[in-house]
Design a protein around this ligand. Sequence first.
Ligand code: ATP
Ligand code: PRP
Ligand code: MG
Length: 304
Amino acid sequence: MDLIHQLPDRLLFAIPKKGRLHEHCVSLLKGADINFHRYNRLDIALVKNLPIALVFLPAPDIAKFVGDGNVDLGITGQDMVEECQVTDKVDQIMELGFGCCKLQVQVPIKSGINHVEELVGKTIVTSFDVLAAKYFAELDQEYLTDEEKADGKKTKIEYVSGSVEAACALGLADGIIDLVETGETMKVAGLKAISTVLETQAILIRNKNPTNPSLVSKITSRIKGVIAAKKYVLLNYNISRDDLKEATKITPGRQAPTISPLENSNWVEVQSMVGKDDAAEVMDKLEEIGAKDIMLLKIDNCRV
Ligand SMILES: Nc1ncnc2c1ncn2[C@@H]1O[C@H](COP(=O)(O)OP(=O)(O)OP(=O)(O)O)[C@@H](O)[C@H]1O
Ligand SMILES: O=P(O)(O)OC[C@H]1O[C@H](OP(=O)(O)OP(=O)(O)O)[C@H](O)[C@@H]1O
Ligand SMILES: [Mg+2]
């Protein structure tokens, strides 16, 4: 296995090596027909059917490496792009709809603190020290007195690499800045959120000057297709021509529904893309106006 020597001609595409984003990314690649085999414990995998090498990296490194141009393309969190300060160096191609959470300022419920300005001058523990420092620098500017500023007083930002939620209970912090998805971790740790620094989700990013722009475009449109396919389903049903006008109002399609005549009858078959979240409601309405044989079909991939 001489992977390293096979890399120079390949586009490098970085994928989170573990954690929440990893499985989503693997299924996205599969949907985009990017086929690879990853050997156990190896963080590089050659794509079998395209000149691409996948590199499996921690999410923060992906933002940095794509920004610095070591890697052409990557999937990471929007929070990481901000935290690594590479917003000017990468193109944020598209939001991917997973890894959705909020970066929030949290305090112990028992602290009696309700507003973020009450933390000014105190100690904040976080894994997002760059974003935390920016956030509190503005608050310091607004809420510290001139005397305090002259004395060099600042909100203290301490970095920890994980288990941020334990910091207040351990007496290390007055508040924390951490990600919140379900709120379960925050609740169990006896914390509450008092403000949101940013909302984030997974994102596809590319370096501003990728090595092979046409391959980047090809991968991008394939991934766009997989993401779009997740948002839509295909509805297929039969309806009398008398009710067709009403039916096409219910299922106008993205451009227009496809209508095919049924042989020897006054009925037609209609096919139309429908938003996944609206599908049940749309089926109810079609049934109400007399549509028959209503079928909902999953879309594996599409270009819309
Ligand atoms: N609880 C969460 N819910 C949704 N997305 C999250 C959550 N935690 C982290 N993320 C997203 O995943 C990215 C990577 O986070 P991280 O490196 O902590 O990996 P992880 O998936 O949390 O795995 P682990 O912490 O177990 O290594 C974050 O920058 C954020 O965009
Ligand atoms: O709102 P919730 O659904 O509970 O998710 C939020 C938790 O998830 C992340 O931690 P993770 O599990 O990644 O552990 P870590 O602190 O080791 O990164 C984050 O840092 C929070 O602690
Ligand atoms: Mg984590």
